[in-house]
Design a protein around this ligand. Structure first.
Ligand SMILES: [Zn+2]
Length: 66
């Protein structure tokens, strides 16, 4: 049976099938979009943490220099 207005679309990241109103090229499901967003946030936090670590090490170095 061919159902109009429904398409089985595969997420190009996790290969999960979803039923959508129409076919979308390069579809990424909401979970994968969320994961991508979280990965970006984690990356930002890691950068921030490493910067703070560097500042802390510099402060300790300067404390010892006194
Ligand atoms: Zn996905």
């Amino acid at each position: 049976m061919d159902s109009e207005g429904a398409a089985v679309v595969t997420c190009n990241t996790c290969a999960m099938f979803v039923i959508l109103a129409k076919h979308i090229e390069n579809y990424t499901c909401s979970k994968c979009k969320l994961v991508a967003l979280l990965e970006e946030k984690v990356q930002q936090l890691e950068t921030r943490i490493s910067k703070q670590q560097q500042i802390k090490e510099l402060e300790l170095f300067l404390d010892r220099a006194d």
